[in-house]
Design a protein around this ligand. Structure first.
Ligand code: HEM
Length: 225
């Protein structure tokens, strides 16, 4: 069956993400979590005891961290760019394009997160919080990958660069972890944003949710299918 057009409205759901966008999101998420768990063992003094044991020891964890780094660095982004150029273009354009409505949305975000209704402007395909998360994901991803490569092959780089790679890797990891807490809270626990999880899992998201949360996008692209 032919793939629906993005924005197709069918049975109360809107087609928001194609299968490549969904796959890229989940490859990134799974490899990120695997790197986070194995990275924590390497970060903690003494190798985080029970966690290291569970993973087969610090040396096995070191190896696992390098194994998971490969899909993290080499699959999600190329998958998106080469197999869903429309999705990639849209994601890049949106994350680098901020207007005064995005700033207003960002400012009104905290009352909204806490469940109070703020009078927020309509959002495009990605709201200001998602744009911010995208920027952080992209830039910490680049930082983690470059510093990780230097830590992986330290003999191939000057000593000062190897010494710098560790704090860069740690700062990027801590920055991404704090964003991750908000991201998980919103997508899994927040009553109003939970519907977004269905969109990035099946490609189809509730139409009322889209109309309310991505009003500009909804008006521009949604058509009955
Ligand atoms: C392509 C991506 C990545 C590469 C190539 C990479 C590579 C590495 C390497 C080689 C090490 C040193 C391991 C050792 O002690 O032998 C390391 C440590 C570490 N990694 Fe990664 N990593 C990547 C992504 C990530 C991500 C996404 C996270 C977490 C979200 C992460 C968290 C950590 C932490 C916390 C450490 C310990 C750093 C320390 O000892 O101060 N890494 N990584």
């Amino acid at each position: 069956m032919a793939q629906p057009k993005i924005g197709t409205l069918r049975n109360g759901k809107v087609y928001r993400f194609d299968p490549v966008e969904v796959a890229a999101h989940w490859v990134h998420t799974i490899s990120f979590f695997a790197l986070l768990i194995t990275g924590l063992v390497l970060f903690a003094p003494g190798g985080a005891g029970w966690l290291a044991k569970l993973l087969g020891g610090v040396n096995v964890t070191r190896l696992l961290h390098r194994v998971f780094a490969v899909p993290y660095a080499l699959i999600s982004l190329p998958l998106l760019v080469f197999f869903s150029p429309r999705g990639a273009k849209e994601w890049f354009r949106e994350m680098f394009h901020w207007d005064k409505d995005d700033i207003k949305l960002m400012m009104g975000y905290f009352p909204e997160i806490l469940g109070r209704h703020a009078d927020l402007p309509e959002a495009p395909k990605f709201n200001a919080g998602e744009k911010f998360n995208s920027l952080l994901t992209l830039f910490t991803g680049i930082g983690l990958t470059l510093s990780g490569i230097i830590m992986w092959w330290p003999q191939s780089f000057p000593q000062w660069l190897v010494r710098l790679a560790y704090p860069v890797h740690d700062l990027a990891f801590l920055g991404m972890c704090s964003m991750l807490c908000v991201h998980i809270f919103l997508s899994v626990a927040h009553p109003k944003m939970r519907a977004a999880l269905e969109g990035i899992t099946t490609g189809w998201a509730d139409a009322e949710f889209c109309k309310e949360h991505y009003g500009k996008w909804y008006k521009k692209v949604v058509t009955k299918g």
